[in-house]
Design a binder for this molecule. Structure first.
Ligand code: DX5
Ligand code: ZN
Length: 224
């Protein structure tokens, strides 16, 4: 099933509730929340208090993408604040197996993320643990960057490994997903589509969400 996950990174933070509601009205079924620490990535964003506030304005699952060092230290706080899904970067975590189990022990779905330069092979020992794999299609840190097409093969590879090994993780993509790239990521096998600038950058988030979902769903139908 194709799902659109608007990233609030490009939203107006002073009108967050309103913007999240609008995206939901347009058909978004997950809200993507980018957590940055100024160390793992060169930018700073938000922490558990904002997740707690978001929890009050939407019933959609909150997909917390942790771009932080030592995520184990903060996973309990994000889970308590109301995160439903928590993903961590392969590149940021020393004991990935332990961290993924920590996320699950807080009753959240556990995801692992790979940067554009990180191969899928680095995940072979955790693919049977994770609920989803997030393929970064830009270098993390900022919204509105250009999609990196060479990441598409990793989505294809993850779909192939899943069927070969009989696994069940879902495939998410994040970065530069917009009207001109969304069909390509769907054809490559991505199912959870994060879009920040394309939803909140210009115009009405509800209409933008609808338009993106339309193109994505059409591409998915043609695929089978
Ligand atoms: C990038 C973040 C993304 C970002 C995507 O570091 O992880 O979630 O908000 O934004 P767009 O869709 O604008 O590339
Ligand atoms: Zn993200």
């Amino acid at each position: 099933m194709i799902e659109l996950a608007p990233s609030i990174l490009s939203a107006d933070f002073a009108r967050l509730g309103e913007q999240v509601r609008a995206a939901g009205e347009g058909g978004a079924s997950v809200i993507h929340v980018d957590i940055m620490d100024g160390h793992f990535v060169p930018n700073l964003t938000i922490g558990p208090p904002v997740v707690k506030s978001l929890r009050k304005v939407t019933e959609l699952p909150l997909d917390c993408h942790l771009m932080i060092e030592d995520p184990d230290e903060f996973i309990p706080a994000f889970a308590d604040a109301g995160a439903d899904w928590i993903s961590v970067h392969q590149e940021a975590v020393r004991h990935l197996n332990r961290t993924l189990h920590l996320i699950k022990s807080h009753d959240c779905l556990a995801g692992v993320v790979i940067n554009p330069a990180t191969p899928v092979e680095t995940l072979s020992e955790v693919l049977d643990i994770v609920d989803y794999v997030l393929v970064m299609s830009v270098n993390p840190g900022f919204g509105a960057q250009k999609f990196i097409p060479s990441t598409l093969h990793k989505m294809r590879q993850l779909a192939e490994i899943r069927s070969q090994r009989g696994l069940h993780y879902r495939i998410e993509v994040d970065g530069g997903v917009a009207l001109d790239t969304i069909a390509d990521v769907v054809r490559a096998g991505a199912e959870i589509l994060v879009a920040g600038n394309a939803v909140f950058g210009n115009g009405d988030p509800s209409k933008n969400t609808q338009a993106l979902l339309k193109v994505a769903t059409e591409a998915a139908m043609l695929k089978v």
